[in-house]
Design a protein around this ligand. Structure first.
Ligand SMILES: [Zn+2]
Length: 297
C-alpha cells in the first residue's frame, strides 16, 4: 500500500485527507483537557466511527488517533508505559474503518510536548529516540505512511524525521503549524521549512492547523514557490470563539471550507483536508472540491 501511495502521489493525483480528531471528539463527548488517546481504551467504537465518517465523506487518507503518541507526551495521560500499545491499538481501530483500497492509513506523529535544546531541556538524541519508538509502533501496527504534523521548531521536526526514517521506509510527510499566522511559534516561515524538509528527503511537506484560512493560504503559496515536493494542506476551519460554557465554535461553514479547498488546489496543494473545527460535513465539501477538479481535468 505504501508503494501504491507513492505512485499515486508521483502521478500528481489529488487526494483528500481527513478532518479534525480532537474537536470532533469534543463534539462527541470528550472532556476538554482530556487526551484524545484516552478514547482508544474508553470509547473505541467512537474512535472507529469518526474514521468511518471521514471515509464516507470522501477521505482517501485518514490519520490515526496518535497525535500525542510519544511516550513523553503520553505521560500527561498516564499512558507512558503503554506507548507501543496505544499506537498499535489506534492503527487497529482506524484500520477497521477502511473497506476500500483507495484509502490509506497515515500514522499521526505530533510534537512531543517538550521543547528541544536550546529552547528547552529535551536533547536531540532523546527526541530522536522518542519519535523512532512511536514510528516503529505505528509501522509494526501496519500504517501505510507517516505524517509528522503540527511542527513549529525545525530541531524537533528534523529529529522526528530522523527518528522515523531510522526505523521505516514508509512515505513520510512533514507538516507545520503557523500558529502566529504566517510564522510558526518559533518564528519559522513556510518557504524556509519547505526547503529544509525537501533537503531531508521527505515525501511531501505541508501546512496544518494554524490560524485563519487567509493566512494559511499565504503559507501554502510560499511553500509552493519554495519546493517541488507534493504539498499537504490541512488547515483549521479558522479560529474558534469560545462560548460561556467553554465550547469552541467554528464559524467557517462546510460550504466556506469547500470554496477554500478549491483555492488550495489552484495554489498547488495535492493532498487536502482540514484540521481543528473540520467536521465530516466540512470534509464532504472539501472532497467535492477535489472531485470537481477531477471532472474538469
Ligand atoms: Zn488543528
Amino acid at each position: 500500500m505504501a508503494e501504491i501511495f507513492r505512485e499515486v502521489i508521483a502521478r500528481g493525483e489529488r487526494l483528500v485527507a481527513d478532518g479534525a480528531t480532537g474537536t470532533n471528539y469534543q463534539m462527541r463527548g470528550l472532556a476538554r483537557g482530556e487526551a484524545p488517546e484516552q478514547w482508544l481504551f474508553q470509547e473505541p467504537d467512537k474512535v472507529t466511527q469518526l474514521h468511518r465518517d471521514f471515509v464516507q465523506a470522501g477521505s482517501n487518507v485518514i490519520l490515526t488517533n496518535t497525535f500525542g503518541g510519544t511516550a513523553l507526551r503520553l505521560a500527561h495521560a498516564g499512558l507512558e508505559n503503554d506507548a507501543a500499545l496505544v499506537n498499535q491499538r489506534a492503527v487497529q481501530l482506524a484500520r477497521a474503518a477502511i473497506r476500500d483500497e483507495r484509502v490509506w492509513l497515515a500514522g499521526s506523529i505530533g510534537p512531543s510536548g517538550a521543547l528541544l535544546e536550546p529552547f528547552g531541556t529535551l536533547t536531540r538524541e532523546e527526541a530522536i529516540a522518542q519519535f523512532a519508538a512511536q514510528a516503529q509502533a505505528l509501522a509494526d501496527g501496519g500504517v501505510d505512511l507517516l505524517i509528522i504534523e503540527t511542527q513549529f521548531d525545525l530541531g524537533e521536526a528534523t529529529a522526528a524525521y530522523e527518528g522515523a526514517r531510522s526505523v521505516t521506509d514508509l512515505p513520510i510527510i512533514v507538516s507545520f503549524s503557523f500558529d502566529m499566522g504566517t510564522n510558526t511559534m518559533m518564528g519559522l516561515k513556510a518557504a524556509q521549512v519547505a526547503k529544509e524538509v525537501t533537503a531531508l528527503g521527505a515525501d511531501a511537506v505541508g501546512v496544518n492547523c494554524g490560524r485563519s484560512l487567509d493566512e494559511n493560504l499565504i503559507n501554502l503559496q510560499e511553500m509552493r514557490a519554495a519546493t517541488h515536493l507534493p504539498i499537504w494542506m490541512k488547515p483549521n476551519a479558522g479560529l474558534p470563539r469560545m462560548t460561556d460554557d467553554d465550547i469552541a465554535i467554528y464559524d467557517v461553514t462546510p460550504e466556506m471550507m469547500g470554496k477554500a479547498a478549491a483555492r488550495w488546489l489552484e495554489a498547488g496543494a495535492q493532498i487536502v483536508g482540514g484540521c481543528c473545527g473540520t467536521s465530516p460535513q466540512h470534509l464532504r465539501e472539501i472532497a467535492r472540491a477535489v472531485e470537481n477538479t477531477r471532472v474538469s481535468a
